[in-house]
Ligand binder design. Structure first.
Ligand SMILES: [Zn+2]
Length: 241
């Protein structure tokens, strides 16, 4: 079995998740919808996901910086033709070893350049530190056109937790875990609304993972959240972890 927060190989972790869902619902044909981050580039976990889940119905994939969740993606993922019933939120964090210590939040690329990983969350953390009084907005005007501001959206969702993040022993790890928690919570709320409207779609399964990206060593994966939704009511939400 898997412990919350423990690090495992991705394929092992996804198989344990799949087997646990089958134990709860033996008839389940899992159809995975993945909500990941755009700058997760190693792709190691993707091949493990494919080997465990792609044999059923394929994998519905959305990648937006900071693994942001929006209702529209969920509507498409759960509608006729897709019928996703398993939902993964994945966030990622770089890990490098320096003088025997684990340093989180960066990776050294093949070009030898060190870059922030996750880049989006590094931006948000930097702005929270440097500009604590920033007035947040989820849209902005660029060259006379209005655009959704994805970084603004991440800040907006994390703002209530900013003190907790900045005071943590390791703010990079803290913002990563908190972002996963917040996005997973949003996803569950949207899925509850979907199930209230259409109870026949139950059960849904939701799990949240962190990928630890490394340059020289293989990536690892941790399971931080794992729920079954038997219906749209909050009492129908059960933790499997
Ligand atoms: Zn990222």
């Amino acid at each position: 079995m898997i412990e919350k927060g423990g690090e495992y190989g991705a394929e092992y972790l996804f198989r344990v998740v799949r087997d646990r869902m089958h134990a709860a619902h033996p008839q389940l044909q899992p159809y995975l919808a993945l909500f990941g981050c755009s700058d997760e580039v190693t792709g190691e976990a993707d091949s493990a996901r494919s080997s465990v889940f792609a044999g059923y119905g394929g994998i519905f994939t959305t990648r937006i910086i900071g693994s942001l969740i929006f209702y529209q993606q969920i509507q498409v993922a759960t509608s006729r033709g897709h019928r996703s019933n398993v939902f993964e939120v994945n966030v990622h964090i770089g890990e490098v070893e320096e003088n025997g210590r684990r340093i989180y939040g960066a990776l050294v690329g093949r070009d030898g350049q060190k870059r922030s990983t996750c880049g989006a969350l590094a931006h948000v953390l930097e702005d929270f530190r440097a500009n604590p009084d920033e007035v947040l907005s989820i849209s902005k005007m660029t060259d006379g056109e209005k655009h959704l501001d994805f970084l603004g959206m991440i800040k907006f969702r994390l703002k209530p937790h900013v003190d907790q993040i900045l005071r943590a022993a390791n703010p990079v790890l803290a913002i990563t875990r908190k972002n996963l928690e917040v996005q997973t919570h949003d996803l569950i709320q949207h899925l509850q609304k979907t199930l209230t409207k259409d109870p026949d779609l139950a059960p849904f399964f939701v799990y949240g993972t962190i990928t630890y990206n490394r340059t020289m060593q293989p990536d690892t994966e941790s399971l931080e959240h794992f729920h079954i939704l038997e219906g749209g009511d909050p009492k129908d939400l059960l933790s499997l972890l």
